[in-house]
Design a protein around this ligand. Structure first.
Ligand SMILES: C[C@](O)(CO)[C@H](O)COP(=O)(O)OP(=O)(O)OC[C@H]1O[C@@H](n2ccc(N)nc2=O)[C@H](O)[C@@H]1O
Ligand SMILES: Nc1ncnc2c1ncn2[C@@H]1O[C@H](COP(=O)(O)OP(=O)(O)OP(=O)(O)O)[C@@H](O)[C@H]1O
Length: 335
């Protein structure tokens, strides 16, 4: 059971005052883009068993690489479930291979609803940058929910899956939802936003990542130092009109991220990355969510390809990738 799930960029991230629970009320306009992770859930508990299953299915002939891409430890749950995980596409080894993995947390949360002992091995293929501000871990959690729901034939309704998703993290519900949506509360209460056409993006991936909690903390610190009152966030009419009309220039002008000053304060090379994109003709440039990935809006697919080449040549990022949006949320890949 394989599920494909997109990354997100935030078109408007307006951060309200810090709440008593440590979170911030937001107006968060999410936009799903065509950078995808894949999560495959199988009814085995270790990659070794997975490999054996692959061999058996092939009449004993090993045709492909069956060695797991990374070691996996099992996570047993009070309900008697056993979940293992392996990860491909994370050369720096930043993604946890135990119960701290958000996809494992999702499977564990779902297993509690099964009413019987269940098991799964989750094989994650990552293309979304880790700790990059594009909600990669949240995406994997959403994908694991859909994959395990199907694997264990639970068939929970959408509302129940969305509730479990919100408990796992503020960005997880949107990875199920997809498209373009406005998130309020912590970002978990979603409503669709009407969009005409599609938009072309370039993402400049950075070396290393930023901790989301640290970036929110830095945002609070900068605001305190400035001594200005923090306004209650509201959706930007110009941004909504640009999306509804499919007006790419107006969208570029309306992009806004209240976490950007904090991300720049914690990672100063990002200012150069943003400037290089603007100088190369991007219609809009901003830090994606908590960063450090930078997002650039292009006029067309060809413009995006040129912009990516210019960013690579300027040496201001680890890699520049193109993508389009909006795309649907987590979906099962047909067998
Ligand atoms: C920056 C964004 O990615 C924009 O979409 C999200 O707001 C972050 O979403 P996320 O990574 O799913 O965040 P969570 O796992 O829920 O929270 C991680 C930490 O981020 C901070 N956090 C998160 C969401 C929010 N509305 N206010 C916060 O202050 C809190 O310090 C929290 O402990
Ligand atoms: N499946 C996963 N994929 C990536 N990171 C994970 C995963 N599970 C747990 N993590 C941990 O979560 C941290 C944040 O990773 P993630 O890629 O979700 O960051 P992010 O894209 O900045 O998140 P967001 O945009 O939602 O704030 C990582 O440093 C890693 O330790």
């Amino acid at each position: 059971m394989t599920v494909r799930v997109p990354a997100k960029v935030n078109l408007q991230l307006s951060v309200g005052p810090r709440r008593d629970d440590g979170y911030h009320d937001l107006v968060n306009v999410f936009h799903a883009v065509s950078l995808f992770d894949e999560v495959t859930a199988t009814d085995v508990t270790t990659p070794a068993e997975d490999a054996m299953a692959a061999v058996a299915a092939d009449d004993g002939t090993v045709t492909g690489e069956t060695t797991p891409p990374s070691a996996a430890t099992g996570t047993a749950t009070p309900s008697g479930a056993m979940i293992t995980v392996s990860v491909e596409g994370d050369p720096a080894g930043q993604v946890p291979l135990d119960g701290e993995n958000l996809a494992v947390k999702a499977a564990v949360a779902l297993a509690a609803r099964a009413g019987r002992p269940v098991r799964a091995h989750l094989a994650i293929r990552k293309a979304i940058p880790v700790a990059g501000g594009m909600a990669g871990g949240s995406a994997d959690a959403a994908a694991a929910l859909i994959a395990c729901d199907e694997l264990w034939a639970l068939r929970l309704d959408r509302r129940e899956l969305m509730d479990i998703a919100a408990d796992l993290g503020s960005d997880v519900p949107f990875a199920l939802f997809g498209g373009t949506a406005v998130g309020t509360g912590r970002g978990e209460k979603l409503a669709p936003v009407p969009v005409t056409g599609e938009f072309h993006w370039v993402f400049a991936l950075a070396e290393g990542g930023l901790s989301t909690a640290k970036v929110y903390g830095e945002c609070d610190r900068l605001r305190e130092a400035a001594g200005e009152p923090v306004a209650w966030p509201r959706a930007d009419d110009a941004l909504m009109a640009a999306l509804a009309a499919g007006d790419v220039k107006a969208l570029g002008a309306a992009l806004v991220n209240d976490l950007q000053p904090a991300a720049l304060a914690l990672c100063d090379p990002l200012a150069r990355t943003l400037a290089a994109g603007r100088d190369s003709g991007a219609l809009g440039a901003l830090v994606s969510g908590s960063g450090p990935t930078c997002a650039f809006l292009a006029e067309s697919e060809a413009h995006a390809a040129g912009l990516a080449t210019a960013l690579r040549a300027a040496g201001v990022c680890r890699e520049a990738v193109t993508a389009r949006g909006p795309v649907p949320g987590a979906v099962i890949v047909p067998a």
